[in-house]
Unconditional design. Structure first.
Length: 382
C-alpha cells in the first residue's frame, strides 16, 4: 500500500491513542500501531490487550494494492512523525512489511514492520445493549468521578467508575473509601435498569480526546456483561468491563445532616492550600472549627514544629463543631466544584461531610444534572 498523509494529521491521531502503547509488554506485538488502508481510509489501532482504540483518517491520495495491513513500532513512529508536522508524508509498505517514509524536502526514513496476523482483534460485543449519550454528559461524568477512584489493586471494582442506569437517571460514581463522588443526570432515566464498571485507563484516554473536541456530538455505546464499545466521530474504543459488584455507595451517604455550612469556594480553596503546607506530611490533617460566622482552619506538624491558622467568613446553621479533614482529599473535592459557593452538610464530627455546589439563584430549581461528593473525616489528634 501507498498513501500520502499530512504529518500534523497523523501525529495528532497517533498521539490521541498513544496511551495504550507501552514497552516491555508481555506480548511484544502490542508495542506497535496497527495500520490498515481500506480504499482511501487509513485506520490506526493501538491496544494494551484490555482496551483497543481505533482512529480513522480520510485520505486524498491512497493505493491499497498489495500489503494493506502492517504493524509499526509505536513510540518510534510517533517520535518521528511528531517532528514532521509541517509537511505531507508519503508512506509506502513493502511486501516484506518494511515501511518507507519520504518527505518533500528529501527526507527518507525506514522502519522494520511486522506481520499483523497476531495483532489483537477489536473486541466484539455480542448480545448487546445499545444507547446514545451526549459527549458533554460523558466527559463530565468521567472528569467529575475519575479522581475519586481507588488505586488499590486489591479492590479492582473501586479502581473504576460505576455507570448506572435507573429510574433516577444515569449515575456516575467514583470512590476510594476516603472520598466519594456521585454525578446524576435525570434526562437518561429509564425502566431498563443496568450497571457496569468502566476501567480507569480507558476513561482517561477517552476524556483527553473528548475534551479536545470543541463541539457537542452523540456517542454511541454498545455493551454486554463483559465488554463495552464507544463510537464517536472517527474514533472507536472497546474494552473489558471490570468484573465484580460495586460497593453499595448509597448506604455511605448520610441522610440526616442538620448542620449546614456555606462558604465561598475560592476563599476556602486558597486557605486550604496555604494551611496544608503546615500539615503533617503523613496525615495531611486539617482542623476545622465552625461557628455561625466563621471557619477557623488550623494545621500543625509537631515533628517539624510548624503550625498555621486562618479564619474565613461563612454562613453556618447548626451546632458549633470541630472536625478533622484530609487536606489532599478536600482540595480535590473543592477543585471539582464549579459554583462560586460550596455547601457542606454535616451531622457529627465522625460522620462523612456531604459536599455540593451551591448557587442561590438555582437552589430551588429542579436540575437535570446534580453533583454530590463525600469526604470522610479524620480523627483529630490533640
Amino acid at each position: 500500500m501507498k498513501f500520502i498523509v499530512h504529518g500534523a494529521t497523523l501525529a495528532r491521531s497517533l498521539n490521541s491513542i498513544m496511551g495504550l502503547i507501552s514497552k516491555n509488554n508481555t506480548i511484544p506485538i502490542v508495542e506497535n500501531f496497527l495500520i490498515e488502508l481500506k480504499d482511501k481510509t487509513l485506520s490506526v489501532t493501538a491496544s494494551d490487550l484490555e482496551t483497543v482504540a481505533n482512529v480513522n483518517i480520510e485520505l486524498q491520495d491512497a493505493d491499497s494494492i498489495g500489503i494493506n495491513r502492517v504493524c509499526v513500532p509505536g513510540k518510534e513512529l510517533y517520535t518521528l512523525v511528531s517532528q514532521l508536522t509541517s509537511m505531507p508524508l508519503t508512506i509506502f509498505v513493502n511486501e516484506d512489511f518494511s515501511i518507507d517514509i519520504a518527505t518533500d524536502n528529501g527526507g527518507k526514513y525506514n522502519f522494520k514492520g511486522i506481520n499483523p496476523e497476531d495483532y489483537p482483534q477489536m473486541i466484539q460485543i455480542d448480545d448487546k445493549n445499545e444507547f446514545t449519550i451526549k459527549s458533554s454528559t460523558l466527559v463530565n461524568g468521567i472528569n467529575k468521578t475519575l479522581f475519586a477512584t481507588s488505586t488499590d489493586e486489591f479492590r479492582p471494582q473501586m479502581a473504576g467508575v460505576l455507570c448506572e442506569f435507573s429510574k433516577k437517571g444515569l449515575t456516575f460514581v467514583g470512590t476510594d473509601s476516603h472520598k466519594l463522588v456521585r454525578l446524576r443526570n435525570t434526562s437518561y432515566a429509564t425502566d431498563d435498569e443496568r450497571a457496569f464498571i468502566l476501567p480507569k485507563k480507558t476513561l482517561n484516554l477517552m476524556s483527553r480526546i473528548l475534551s479536545g473536541i470543541n463541539e457537542e456530538f452523540d456517542v454511541r455505546v454498545e455493551n454486554n456483561m463483559s465488554n463495552i464499545a464507544f463510537y464517536f466521530q472517527n474514533y472507536h474504543f472497546a474494552c473489558r468491563l471490570i468484573e465484580g459488584k460495586y460497593p453499595q455507595y448509597d448506604a455511605a451517604i448520610p441522610q440526616d445532616n442538620p448542620n449546614k455550612l456555606i462558604v465561598a469556594k475560592n476563599s476556602l480553596l486558597e486557605s486550604v492550600k496555604r494551611i496544608s503546607i503546615f500539615t503533617n506530611p503523613t496525615t495531611n490533617q486539617l482542623r476545622f472549627e465552625v461557628n455561625e460566622k466563621e471557619i477557623i482552619i488550623q494545621a500543625e506538624d509537631v515533628d517539624a514544629q510548624n503550625k498555621a491558622q486562618e479564619r474565613i467568613a461563612c454562613s453556618y446553621q447548626g451546632e458549633n463543631m470541630t472536625v478533622g479533614l484530609n487536606a489532599k482529599y478536600l482540595t480535590e473535592i473543592i477543585n471539582n466544584i464549579e459554583t462560586e459557593n460550596v455547601c457542606f452538610e454535616m451531622s457529627r464530627p465522625d460522620r462523612p461531610c456531604v459536599v455540593t455546589p451551591y448557587d442561590e439563584e438555582t437552589k430551588d430549581e429542579q436540575k437535570e444534572e446534580t453533583l454530590l461528593m463525600l469526604v470522610m473525616p479524620v480523627i483529630l489528634m490533640n
